[in-house]
Design a protein around this ligand. Structure first.
Ligand code: PRX
Length: 641
């Protein structure tokens, strides 16, 4: 494997803090996390770093009080009030710029408005907005008054919005009139209204006017125009509410292995400390650095490295609405050129799309501002890594391949640019303070080179926070596999399979559960299958990821109650059901009607073998199947589809 030393130009120009080596920091755990906490402004200092009472959930920085909005905005005002905090590029070519002072004023106005609408400390506000500046502004307005935000990806269908609002007992909703998908207008307000109609009581709703005069939106009785509220409350002095370090900052939903989306909560102090520290260690973010993370804010990557990490660091965030290929394939490179982007953080899937379009697009633009490249979300192949390094980074920008999850809150495994060398395809070593182990099914540590389950063996500050009552125990299943909370063998089971080499570099093999990533969004197959089996004719369904020319789409296998049904009608019913109940982005690209699904003797569907079918891979380890003959049949159906 070729190793890449950190490019000399990067090492000389950047101010990477060469932290003490991992061993030393490891011995100092949990005290090693104090330097992360010291990156934040505390209203009240904490008196204990860690509380082990609630094992397996640990709580961090006990007794400390702080406010997230104050940390992201107010603390910068004395030194960089006029510095640009946010640059936004709209789908129609519009551009907007917000300084830290602009953010302060608008966040305060919306915070005052939310209060006036009855939102109190600890209430939950759901935000259902596409990539508009009003989205991070509303998140910070919630944080300012101690409300808990619950961002729901704007592409979700009304049903998905309802379940995500009900689960957290949301007291208010912030949405917009609509947005554009390329040429098509999406009526976001209609989706929100459909969701509100199925709630027992309609909460107050704030509506951002995205479409302007091109679209007339009717506001109901408890619905308010965002701009009118800003105009009314601008200049309001809303003191940041001191929050306990352990108080929730936000809820976020992600896909789990059950049919229901899983709700996660991140606590204020620990989450912010983890994100601030990794923004510095992994991205070398400092005041004024311009970062463009292409993730949607509705997902954890957007929370941590579009909003909180960059703003805590006093950096400049680039936010781009719409698609990378519209109005043409030059758009991403124009965004980089126009905004002088220094750090680009994206996914292997996006990089593969760039590769498919060809290097002529990046090469037609000035990329000299770029200094560091990042990737996240799925394993990156060495070829894709090298293309990114050569054609985007001009062989002078280090690449950080960052491993983490919604549950972890911040990056846990990555090389540190300017310090560690890169091995394309391998994520890198765990960050200082993070201890990992690859184990077998019985929880025994495996030696380097042997693939197994990736586990984290020490708590870290931005780990997901405990929830009240029943939900606590639902989430506790994450730890059940290997953890015995009474013993000193705490372990977080990541659901990823991985292998580590002699240098401690981790290579991720893939997920060990039924979670797939489509269009950069994590989806649980159970959630999709539950929707498909509501279609009358369908008995059983299995959803798998299909990779075609670098793009991942969803492929569904379905068995039918009666063979003589009109298959085109059922195919449409299946794809429409998924688009309607989950979202258009999840619409399956292929539906295969199967006589039966490959199953083990205990009746478990063998997803791995279905993935072999759709990705034209040879079948391996199929001996445990109850019905091995079905594989050949499915391969034939697939090839004739
Ligand atoms: O399987 C791992 C994969 O994404 C999963 C987490 O998904 P989510 O919670 O949606 O968060 C995505 C962004 C943080 C992980 O369990 N994953 C994440 N980063 C990498 C990765 N797989 C390989 N390499 C990575 N760098």
């Amino acid at each position: 494997m070729v190793h890449y030393r950190p490019p000399q130009e990067f090492v000389c120009n950047r101010s990477m803090i060469d932290e003490a080596d991992r061993e030393t920091l490891g011995r100092k755990w949990p005290a090693c996390w104090e330097d992360a906490a010291s990156l934040l402004e505390w209203i009240n200092p904490y008196d204990r770093i860690l509380d082990k009472e609630n094992s397996p959930f640990y709580q961090w920085f006990i007794g400390g009080k702080l406010n997230a909005a104050e940390n992201c905005i107010d603390r910068h005002l004395s030194e960089r009030k006029s510095q640009v905090a946010l640059r936004w590029e709209g789908k129609q070519g519009e551009r907007r710029t917000y300084t830290y002072y602009d953010l302060y004023r608008e966040v305060s106005a919306i915070a005052a408005a939310l209060r006036e609408l009855g939102v109190k400390e600890d209430d939950v506000v759901t935000i259902y907005l596409p990539k508009l500046p009003e989205l991070p502004i509303t998140m910070l307005a919630c944080a300012r008054i101690g409300a808990v935000h619950n961002v729901v990806f704007a592409g979700f269908a009304p049903d998905a919005l309802v379940s995500r609002m009900q689960r957290v007992d949301s007291s208010a909703l912030v949405t917009c009139d609509g947005s554009f998908r390329e040429e098509t207008m999406i009526d976001q307000k209609r989706k929100a209204d459909a969701a509100l109609a199925s709630l027992k009581e309609s909460p107050p709703v704030i509506v951002v006017d995205r479409l302007g005069t091109s679209h007339d939106t009717q506001l109901g009785k408890t619905q308010y125009d965002y701009d009118d509220l800003v105009e009314t409350y601008v200049g309001a002095d809303v003191a940041p509410v001191p929050r306990q370090s352990t108080d929730p900052l936000f809820h976020i939903h992600t896909s789990g292995t059950t049919g229901d989306p899983q709700q996660m909560t991140h606590a204020t102090g620990g989450y912010l400390a983890g994100v601030a520290r990794t923004s510095r260690t992994v991205f070398d973010l400092s005041p004024g650095t311009t970062i463009w993370c292409t993730a949607d804010i509705g997902w954890i990557t957007g929370h941590s490295y579009v909003v909180y990490g960059p703003l805590l660091s006093g950096a400049t965030v680039v936010l781009m609405e719409g698609s990378l290929r519209y109005p043409d394939r030059h758009r991403p490179w124009k965004v980089i050129e126009r905004n002088g982007v220094e750090i680009l953080y994206t996914t292997p899937e996006v990089i593969r799309t760039f590769m498919k379009w060809g290097e002529s697009f990046p090469e037609a633009h000035d990329r000299s501002s770029l200094q560091l490249l990042g990737t996240v979300g799925e394993p990156i192949s060495p070829d894709t890594w090298k293309w990114y390094y050569t054609h985007v980074g001009e062989e002078r920008c280090p690449i950080v391949d960052t491993w983490w999850q919604t549950e972890t809150g911040c990056i846990l495994i990555s090389t540190r640019p300017g310090i560690d060398e890169s091995k394309p395809g391998s994520v890198g070593p765990s960050l200082p303070g993070i201890k990992i182990q690859i184990v077998d099914e019985d929880g025994r540590e495996l030696p380097p080179g042997e693939p197994g389950y990736l586990t984290i063996t020490r708590p870290w500050p931005s780990m997901l926070a405990p929830l009240d009552g029943d939900r606590y125990w639902v989430l506790a299943e994450y730890w059940q596999t290997f953890s015995d909370p009474r013993a000193d063998n705490w372990r977080y089971f990541t659901s990823d399979q991985a292998v580590v080499d002699d240098d401690g570099y981790v290579t991720i093999i893939g997920r060990d559960d039924h979670i797939i990533t489509v269009d950069n969004r994590r989806l649980g197959t159970a959630e999709i299958e539950a929707v498909i089996t509501t279609v009358d004719a369908v008995t059983e369904a299995a959803a798998v990821a299909e990779s075609t020319a670098g793009e991942t789409t969803l492929c569904v296998f379905a068995t039918l109650k009666q063979e003589q049904w009109d298959r085109n009608v059922i195919r449409n019913a299946i794809t429409d059901a998924v688009a309607e109940h989950i979202g258009e982005f999840a619409r399956p690209a292929n539906v295969i009607f199967a006589p039966e699904l490959p199953e083990t003797h205990s009746g478990k569907t063998m997803y791995r073998l279905l993935e072999c079918v759709v990705n034209d891979r040879p079948f391996t380890d199929s001996d445990t199947l109850r019905n091995p003959e079905i594989l050949g049949e499915l391969a034939t159906i697939w090839n004739w589809k």
